[in-house]
Design a protein around this ligand. Structure first.
Ligand code: PMP
Length: 348
């Protein structure tokens, strides 16, 4: 057994996965009397490809990762849940995560009855590498990292991530949902150097397809095979596969550049407001902004029809609102609403 295999739950290692009718079918034409579908062409009468072959090949070309190293899920949230189901035996194993970070890691841990050890980020939201390693014991199967991190917005230096991945004795999940907005880039092209690394990316952010629900995981062929065995057989529906394939033909670089330019614009404009104490540096498509009275500003913006995320009760984020970078016209409205707030023209 190799070291990665030894991290897998024994019941998953021994799993005989469900084999779908379409798994067995390899040709391109035929009369489909194998899956008890309706023969009437409603547009969706056939089950979708359980392996999402065409979409994975397209993504393989775009992302520069072999198709056998790609898993597609119903958003990144499906991949997060699968990590627990594949690697953590409830009542025995535990997971570790940086905090604050994306809330679903801890929720998925709770759902799977796996204790989550939260390790606070260091000063200025830095990577607490030594504390993360110190939190691990022989039952720590997963380490969740997020870079750029939500909600802090900062990307961790690649060299620090690499060193941590090499030293952590379990699986490292590196959530790169916001990497397209970051100059720090991605470790996606270096998967073969890190057998214990699983990288998450998503079409929900830079690609503008949050409504389709399509998350990607990149890992070794062995880990991807495990994820494919444990997922629901038809986890990506036909429409999502087709619509994503179509959308992926459109370039997104221009939109990413515009979001980054608007992020810079907001990061430069916001400190001029008296209520703004600090705008944290961001490598993502949002800004974490510390203000004097987060609840009152939040309510004011809401009354103006602008919803931001109130993170002021999150540890290390006291007084903070997380503001997504919008269209230039939406960002104009945000700044206008903040001006009105400062002039005392406030909604309560
Ligand atoms: N990862 C991070 C770090 C996120 O912030 C989010 C959404 N807020 C997600 C994943 C969710 O991605 P998806 O839409 O693919 O489920």
């Amino acid at each position: 057994m190799n070291s990665i295999e030894s991290l897998v739950r024994p019941n998953i290692r021994a799993l005989c996965p469900y084999s779908t009718a379409r798994d067995e079918y390899q040709g391109s034409l035929g009369i489909f009397l194998d899956a008890n579908e309706s023969p009437y062409p409603t547009g969706w009468n056939r089950y979708p490809d359980p392996r999402q072959k065409a979409l994975k090949e397209q993504l393989s070309r775009i992302k520069g990762v072999p198709a056998e190293c790609i898993f597609l899920g119903n958003g990144s949230d499906e991949a997060i849940d699968l990590m627990f189901r594949i690697f953590c035996t409830p009542g025995v194993d535990n997971a570790i995560a940086i905090a604050p970070s994306y809330g679903m890691y801890a929720v998925a841990a709770d759902i799977n009855d796996v204790p989550m050890r939260s390790v606070p980020l260091g000063p200025d939201f830095s990577l607490p590498a030594e504390a993360l390693l110190a939190a691990a014991d022989a039952h720590s199967k997963l380490l969740f990292l997020c870079s750029p991190n939500n909600p802090s917005g900062n990307a961790f230096p690649a060299a620090e991530l690499e060193a941590l991945i090499r030293r952590f004795p379990g699986i490292v999940v590196l959530d790169e949902a916001y990497a397209d907005f970051s100059a720090e880039g991605t470790l996606r092209g270096r998967l073969s150097e890190f057998p214990n690394l699983v990288i998450f990316q998503t079409l929900s952010k830079a690609y503008g397809l949050a409504g389709l629900r399509l998350g990607m995981a990149f890992a070794s062929p062995y880990i991807i095979r495990l994820m494919s065995m444990v997922k629901y057989p038809y986890n990506i529906n036909q429409s999502t596969q087709e619509l994503a394939a179509r959308a992926l033909r459109e370039p997104v670089d221009g939109r990413i550049a515009e979001i980054v330019a608007q992020r810079r614009r907001l990061a430069a404009a916001l400190p001029a407001f008296r209520c703004v104490r600090r705008v944290f540096p961001s490598d993502a498509n949002f800004l974490l902004v510390q203000v004097d009275d987060a609840d009152t500003l939040y309510a004011h913006l809401l009354a103006d029809g602008i919803i931001v995320r109130n993170r002021s009760r999150v540890p290390q984020c006291a007084g903070c609102l997380r503001i997504t970078v919008g269209l230039p016209s939406e960002n104009d409205k945000l700044l206008q609403s903040m001006s009105a707030y400062e002039k005392g023209d406030i909604h309560r």
